[in-house]
Design a protein around this ligand. Structure first.
Ligand code: PLP
Length: 395
């Protein structure tokens, strides 16, 4: 009898979004005609920008003509795409060889697939509260998870100490769900830890484009020493509205080695075995994000989400409620008022103000007592939701 992968039995039910959907459905059924202000979802609401759409159309037309038609693309990425990403990093002073950039179908795919590079016995350190996929991808592979809790006292930015024992180390900055961003000095501590320990950092930079304080690092490769201990995984999903179009990139420096094995070369071997690349059309559209026009246009969309963030942070400031995020990230992580638990606050907001958010407890135990707002929704709804929040919590 074939043995299935029994590690799947160790996965916890991903009940967070299911339970949110259930509770909201029940509310709508009980209150016919009620309008909900949805600040829970992490999906974008604005369409792709013009520069991307034009590049996609041109690429479709290329595929109709023998001379410009493309069949299989290089597995690790088209030259034009890898060069565009390397050029983007260069503008921030990070020098990358094109062969250190790998195209992907998005960060989720990579966060799972990249684990092929590591031994099954390596453990995974997750800084909580965390994006749930980090834990689940490692549980499926049978790895031990080490959790490092964070809280209000360290602004949800935990630092290494000598008692932490990690092999694979996840850092997400700007963070989902907390919106907190590590400074260069703080990241340097993790880089030093990883180099000393021989660990590898998986740096999730999915929200780097939301950083507006230019003293904060967009990439782990802005930190000295990162080239010998880090892999960066990034996505155009939130940067440029690619959640449904799918494209991202991963950076693996050529210096990154463990036990005499080169991780960049291993990833080339992995990609050439397990994928046939990302489509020509999508890579063309994605490369347009890094043109001057593309950058200008995606920033216009990001500015809309930032305005949403401002409605909410102004409301929380007015109420004197503790929060982090919102300024350099599309998420706001607030402390639940009046000592309410995450789910109590969820029910309270839904019942009294018809606002839907995400209970912090769903991102790890230390998220209990906190609540996440997403700023990716409609500006009109977010503005009204912020007003309702102030009214409700001032009563
Ligand atoms: N990493 C983080 C922290 C995310 O929040 C998300 C999506 O919400 C992803 C990765 C996945 O992004 P993608 O759409 O590129 O798979």
């Amino acid at each position: 009898m074939l043995k299935p992968n029994h590690n799947y039995s160790d996965l916890k039910d991903s009940y967070l979004f299911y339970r949110i959907a259930q509770k909201t459905r029940a509310y709508v059924e009980a209150h016919q005609g009620a309008y909900l202000y949805r600040l829970g979802i992490g999906d974008v609401s604005l369409p792709l920008c013009r520069a991307v759409i034009d590049a996609l159309h041109e690429a479709v037309d290329d595929q109709a003509v023998k001379e410009t038609f493309h069949g299989y693309m290089p597995e690790c990425g088209a030259h034009f795409f890898r060069a565009a990403v390397a050029g983007y990093y260069a503008k921030r002073g990070v020098k990358l060889d094109e062969e250190e950039v790998f195209v992907s179908s998005g960060a989720s795919d990579e966060l799972g697939d990249i684990l092929d590079l590591f031994d099954k016995l390596a453990n995974a350190l997750v800084l909580e509260p965390a994006y749930p996929a980090y834990v689940d991808a490692n549980v499926m592979a049978g790895r031990k998870i080490v959790r490092l809790a964070s809280g209000e006292e360290n602004g949800f930015l935990p630092l290494p100490d000598k008692d932490i024992n990690a092999d694979i180390l996840y850092i997400c900055s700007p963070n989902n769900p907390t919106g907190a961003v590590f400074s260069k000095e703080q990241l340097k501590k993790w880089v030093d830890y990883a180099n000393k320990k021989g660990a590898v950092i998986l740096f999730d930079a999915a929200y780097e484009a939301f950083i507006e304080d230019e003293t904060l690092p967009h990439s782990i490769f802005e930190i000295d020493g990162a080239r010998t201990c880090a892999i960066e995984i990034c996505s155009l999903s939130k940067t440029a509205g690619f959640t449904g179009t799918r494209c991202g990139y991963t950076v693996i420096p050529k210096e990154l080695e463990r036990e005499g094995m080169n991780l960049n070369a291993m990833w080339v071997r992995n990609r050439t075995t397990k994928t046939n690349g990302v489509s020509y059309i999508i890579q063309k559209g994605a490369a347009a994000v890094f043109t001057d026009e593309g950058q200008k246009q995606i920033k216009e969309n990001i500015a809309v989400y930032k305005r949403n963030a401002k409605y909410l942070t102004d409301a929380l400031d007015k109420l004197g409620i503790w929060y982090c995020g919102g300024k350099n990230a599309p998420y706001i992580w607030m402390k639940c008022p009046r000592g309410m638990s995450s789910w109590e606050f969820f029910d309270f907001l839904l019942e009294k103000a018809q606002i839907v958010g995400t209970p912090g407890e769903g991102f790890g135990i230390c998220g209990e007592g906190f609540f996440r707002f997403s700023t990716f929704g409609s500006p009109a709804d977010t503005e009204i939701a912020a007003e309702r929040l102030v009214k409700l919590l001032s009563e």
